[in-house]
Design a protein around this ligand. Structure first.
Ligand SMILES: C[S@@+](CC[C@H](N)C(=O)[O-])C[C@H]1O[C@@H](n2cnc3c(N)ncnc32)[C@H](O)[C@@H]1O
Length: 227
């Protein structure tokens, strides 16, 4: 199959899955509109990946969730909707502008009481969460600046318990990870390729990366902390 045909097919399959499986909840559309109105970048998870996050949260039975990288809280809403009534999410965001949009979106979604947005650099906030004894968390979603992924994983492991789920976004980089170690591979690419090797070999984890495609190929890392 030619590359362009593959791209068209991947878009069509993505639309097919979205039509079949993603609930038509206006809260998600309104969140995306609010993000666009405020000029936030379109780097949120796709609706299909949102539904996957929702399913994984439900399947894991998670009650306490820690997300790194809020943006406008689009992924946060998917995760929070899958929690039981007593469930809680702490989500970390560097940009105060993004955090403001996120809080408005969470308010409109009726989720402000179960989600707290904390502003600051993830690697500065995570030690405070540990010091305050707010762990362990049942589920982590890592989706912020790529060079700090290894640091976020270290903290996720410290703040986890056996059986916690660690989800990490954007691990395939449209196939760029295949070129790691070759001339032209960026520093961020090298870090993510190393991160993927850690997910595969770290004795504390059992992992897989689920490829996700909507024209652009990427992948969600799914790891379980071993007993
Ligand atoms: C890919 S977006 C998150 C998308 C969101 N999870 C979703 O799918 O709706 C990454 C976010 O991480 C934030 N970010 C970047 N560097 C950060 C850091 N050092 N600490 C915390 N957040 C950071 C960015 O401002 C941006 O809002």
């Amino acid at each position: 199959m030619r590359e362009r045909d593959e791209l068209t097919l991947s878009h069509r399959i993505d639309g097919y899955l979205e039509d079949l499986f993603v609930p038509k909840d206006p809260v998600f559309e309104q969140a995306l509109q609010e993000m666009a109105r405020n000029g936030l970048p379109e780097i949120n998870v796709s609706p299909n990946e949102g539904q996957l996050l929702y399913m994984l949260t439900k399947l894991s039975g998670a009650r306490k969730v820690l997300e790194v990288g809020t943006l406008g809280a689009y992924s946060t809403i998917w995760i929070a909707k899958a929690l039981p009534p007593e469930g809680r999410v702490i989500t970390l965001e560097y940009s105060s502008k993004h955090a403001e949009v996120a809080r408005r979106n969470l308010e409109r979604a009726g989720l402000s009481d179960r989600v707290e947005v904390r502003v600051g650099a993830g690697l500065a906030t995570l030690p405070k969460i540990a010091e305050a004894g707010e762990g362990p968390f049942d589920l982590f979603f890592i989706d912020a600046d790529k060079p700090n992924y290894p640091g976020y994983l270290d903290w996720a492991l410290k703040l986890s318990r056996p059986g916690s789920l660690i989800l990490s976004d954007n691990l395939l980089r449209n196939g760029d990870v295949l070129n790691a170690g070759e001339p032209g591979s960026s520093e961020a690419n090298e870090i993510i390729a190393g991160y993927n090797r850690q997910l595969a070999t770290d004795p504390r984890l059992e992992s897989i990366i689920i490829p996700l495609s909507r024209g652009h190929l990427d992948g969600l890392g799914v790891s379980v902390v071993r007993s």
